[in-house]
Design a protein around this ligand. Sequence first.
Ligand SMILES: [Zn+2]
Length: 263
Amino acid sequence: MHSSLGPYALAIVVIGLLVAAIAWARRRHAQRDAMDAPLSPSAKKTLAEEVAYYQRLSPEEKVRFEREVKRFLFDQLITGPRGREVSEELKVLVAASAVMLVFGRKGYVYARTRDIVIYDEAFDHDYVEGTDKNVLGMVHGAGPILFSARALRQGFANTRDGLNVGLHEFAHVLDFHAGDADGVPSLVPWRSVAPWMAQIQRETDRIEAHRSVLRDYGATNEAELFAVATEAFFERPKALADKHPKLYAMLVEAYGQDPAKSP
Ligand SMILES: [Zn+2]
C-alpha cells in the first residue's frame, strides 16, 4: 500500500534536518577556530628540541608539520592510565611519531578509533606497570594504543639506533585494516600488495640468516617486520637503502618520502 508523508510529519523531518545542520556547522566552526590558532610555544619548543625529523625540515614544512601535530592532538584523546592527565611534551612526541609516518602523504588523517594511553614505565600484557615489565608499546585491532613514556623519550633521544616505539606502534596502526595486521599497510596500492608480501617474506628470511640491518624482532611475524622496517627507514635510511634497496624503494613509495636523501 502506498502512503505519503503528511505535512505535519514533513515539518518534523525538515526541522530535524535543520537542527542537525546547525549542530554540524557549529562543530565545524569550533574545529576551524581551534585549528587556526597556532601550536603553543611550549609544544613548538618540544618539536625544536626533541624531534630531529622536525629540525631538518624547511621553514614551510615546519609550519605544515606543526599544523598536522595540532590536528592530531585535536582529533585524538591522549591520557595516562585511568584517564590521568599527561604532559604536553609526551602528547607532542606521540603526535610527532604519527605525523612523521604520513608527512609524505599530504591530507592523510588518522581515524579516531581508539584512545592513546601513556604509562610512565613499561608494562606487561595485563597492562600492569612496573620497571621490571618489558612491553614498551602496544596496539591491538580495536583497543587503545599504549606507550611507555620512558621508551617514547628514548626513541627520540637516539635517532640512529633503529628503535622508536612511537614510529613502531603507528606503523602497526597503519597496518591494521579489517581488524588484522598483515605487514601490508593501507598506504600500499593494491597492485603492489603481492610483491610487497613476497618481499616481507624475503626480509624475514634475511633476519633469520643474520644478513639484515633490521633488528631480530622483525622476524616475529609480518606485522613486526613492517614495524621494524619502518623504524629502520626513518632512523637508518642510508643503511637500509644500501643493503635492502628493494624494501627501501617499497617504503619510499608507501610513505611518499625518501629520508636517505635528507641531510
Ligand atoms: Zn610491534
